[in-house]
Design a protein around this ligand. Structure first.
Ligand SMILES: Cc1cc2nc3c(=O)[nH]c(=O)nc-3n(C[C@H](O)[C@H](O)[C@H](O)COP(=O)(O)OP(=O)(O)OC[C@H]3O[C@@H](n4cnc5c(N)ncnc54)[C@H](O)[C@@H]3O)c2cc1C
Length: 444
């Protein structure tokens, strides 16, 4: 068995990579395990112009930052990628009755929402402003969005705008979604959006390099199959063999960590091996011309009968000139993890989506498609019910030196790169501060 006394970080997404980087930078011995062959997890990308060396990456699932994503912005700067971070306010809209309406907090956009009678538009605007300015979600604790929103933003606005959006993301569980989560969306989201030109993958590649430059090891393509107690230490089992560590930090979903660590006791599992998550699926089309009207970047589908939740024309945010002229459009869905969509080929998905694509643009023709890709991921969206907060575990587990740190601990904010990075920053700070205390009290 290979011997290592340092820290094993499980998972090479935003959280695991940031954590490994922070620990390695402070001189800790770190080994990172990642099942996939590349860095980035849910925010990872693929080379969208494979024919050109150093061509851009595109996220497998649409990604941008908000102005409030301070931890992500600071990390991007720290890694020397700040000059690539670009900000703009692309058109975000919702499709209602076949017509796109701008969906932002600008009073003019709200007043233009003519599917709603004027008094309902005013109520929607007032409710939105209340959420934006309410400094904390505390007064909303215990309420679901389905209870609070019709009461405060009007039943019609809820039925026409919010309910379809919640159903698109949470399916049958839409009625159970906690209002504090909805507060955080309204409170922290901004009209201006950020993107790292060349793809967020650059951030994750840079992090992996930075870990290695500081003496850490990164094991990509190494799926962890068990974590076992071994005295004070822990053994990590993977395709690379069994290795012993003084500390293991799992950034995998808590449910997955529970499955990998049989020594976690029953009472811990009863409380934290809990809840549901949906998988995500995206079909990406590379087209020879634009698809959506009005240069729309983000189109939430408010109308019934579409086979996808949203259509996102990435090249209406980051121009097609960055991608050799191709127009890149995502069609996204969140579904239960057993859903067959997650195993569909891109061709099968396009065949099923075609009537919806034609509703969006009746001129669309299959000959516009130059290439297509399909991506699916499990554990992509936690179902944030009102009980959710009580089932978020602390970082420490009952197994000494085994920690959990994952995006399922992000609440009430919607999970996002920024919050995984923040969580990694805070946990690293805590672990490193404890190390200083230990060395201060250790006998000379
Ligand atoms: C459709 C979609 C759209 C999104 N849009 C945005 C957006 O616009 N902006 C934004 O900031 N965020 C967005 N997000 C969220 C963002 O991607 C995540 O919050 C963030 O990437 C989570 O990082 P993480 O490291 O916590 O988790 P993950 O990225 O899930 O990382 C966990 C890692 O663990 C690995 N792993 C799993 N099991 C094992 C195992 N047994 N052994 C070894 N490795 C394993 C996985 O492969 C993965 O790489 C979006 C997510 C989705 C799905």
């Amino acid at each position: 068995m290979a011997g290592a006394n340092g820290t094993a970080v499980l998972g090479g997404g935003a959280l695991g990579l940031t954590l490994a980087y922070r620990l390695a930078r402070a001189g800790e011995r770190v080994t990172l395990y990642e099942r996939e062959t590349a860095a980035g997890g849910l925010a990872g990308g693929f080379p969208v112009m494979p024919e050109s060396a150093n061509g851009p990456w595109l996220e497998k699932f649409y990604h941008h930052l908000f102005r409030t994503d301070a931890d992500a912005v600071a990390l991007i700067d720290e890694l020397g990628l700040g000059a690539k971070l670009t900000w703009s306010a692309p058109n975000s809209s919702i499709l209602l009755g076949g017509k796109p309406y701008r969906l932002d907090s600008d009073p003019r956009s709200i007043l233009a929402l003519d599917p709603l009678p004027l008094p309902d538009r005013l109520r929607l605007g007032a409710g939105g402003a209340l959420l934006k300015f309410l400094p904390s979600p505390e007064p909303l604790a215990g309420a679901t969005a389905a209870e609070w929103m019709p009461r405060w933003m009007g039943r019609k606005a809820y039925e026409i705008i919010w309910k379809p959006m919640l159903e698109g993301k949470f399916g049958d569980r839409a009625g159970d979604v906690a209002m504090p989560w909805m507060w955080a969306r309204a409170h922290y989201r901004t009209l201006r959006l950020g993107y790292v030109r060349g793809g967020f993958q650059l951030v994750y590649e840079r992090l992996a390099d930075a870990v290695r430059e500081r003496g850490g090891e990164t094991r990509f393509g190494a799926e962890v199959s068990a974590i076992q107690r071994d005295g004070d230490g822990l053994i990590v089992r993977s395709a690379a063999g069994d290795e012993r560590y003084a500390r293991v930090i799992s950034t995998l979903p808590t449910r997955v960590t529970c499955r990998l660590a049989p020594d976690l006791p029953e009472d811990y599992r009863a409380r934290y091996d809990w809840g549901e998550a949906y998988g995500a699926h995206c079909l990406i089309l590379s087209l020879d011309r634009p698809l959506l009207p009005n240069d729309i970047y983000w189109l939430a589908i408010g109308d019934a009968g579409y086979p996808f939740l949203n259509a996102i024309e990435h090249t209406n945010f980051i121009g097609p000139e960055e991608y050799g002229g191709q127009r890149l459009v995502y069609f996204g869905n969140y579904v239960p993890m057993s859903h067959p969509v997650l195993r569909e080929s891109p061709e099968e998905a396009l065949a099923r989506y075609l009537p919806g694509v034609l509703r969006l643009n009746p001129g669309f023709d299959r000959s516009w498609v130059r290439r297509m890709w399909g991506f699916a991921a499990p554990y992509a969206q936690p179902i944030v019910t009102r009980e959710y907060a009580q089932h978020i575990p602390p970082h420490e587990t009952p197994i000494p030196n085994l920690y959990v740190a994952n995006m399922f601990q992000v609440y009430p904010q919607d999970r996002g790169q920024n919050y995984s990075i923040r969580l990694a920053n805070r946990l690293a700070q805590r672990l490193l501060a404890a190390r200083s205390v230990d060395s201060a009290v250790a006998p000379a």
